[in-house]
Structures are given as structure tokens and as C-alpha cells.
Design a protein. Sequence first.
Length: 137
Amino acid sequence: MKVKVTQKDGFHFIGSGAEYPGELPIDAAAHVGGKGRGFRPPELLMYSIAGCMGIHSREALLKAGKQIEDLTVETDGERAGEDPKWFTQITLQFSVKGRGVTERDVREAIDVALHKTCSIAALIHRVAPISCEVRML
């Protein structure tokens, strides 16, 4: 998988890749010199974890024969206080609505995603423990 970021102005970059024809705006935090012209890289990591876990949890639920009407994943990441400010703990909150879907079903799907199919979360989980909460809608 290849992607590219190109500097546009100051700390503003545009990301692009071969798999999706769109562009992704990226910018630094304001205290570094960013001007709010794009996503900050740590935010992109949280989007990646949430997206990957959402996709793979939904896939596991569908494989188990569950009908999912709505699935949302929210993140909350704690970071170290000094540089490099890596994530020290990440919490994912899953909100799920589906017919005949139980919290146990969702937790089993999350476990499959976190430990077997979501490469991004599995990698990050080695450095920053990921815990998951479930809310049935």
C-alpha cells in the first residue's frame, strides 16, 4: 500500500493514494504552526483504528448471521505528557443496533476484530492497550 503527502503551505499537506482518488488534508496542531486546514496525524490514527474496528466487527457480526442496522465507533485516546506524545491508552465505544443482536454477540465480534482481523488495532494494541465498551441501541 502506497500513499503520498505533499506539502502545500507551511505545515499543511495533502495526502493521496492509489486506492482512492480523493485527497486528504493534513495539518499540524496550532501550537506547532498549523492553521486548521486539515486533520492532525494523531486524529487520523484514531479514525483508522475506529474505521478498521468498525469494518471488521461488522464483518464478524454478519458472518455470525446477525443483522446490523447501525454501528458507530467512538474513540478516546490518552497520550503521554512529553514528546513523543504516543498514545498510552485507547478506549473504543461501540454503539450497535440490530435485530436479535446481543451485547455478547457484539463483544465476540469486537474480540475477533481486535485480535485477529483488524491489523491497525492489533498493531497499536501492542503499544497502547485498547479497551472496548458496548452500548446497545
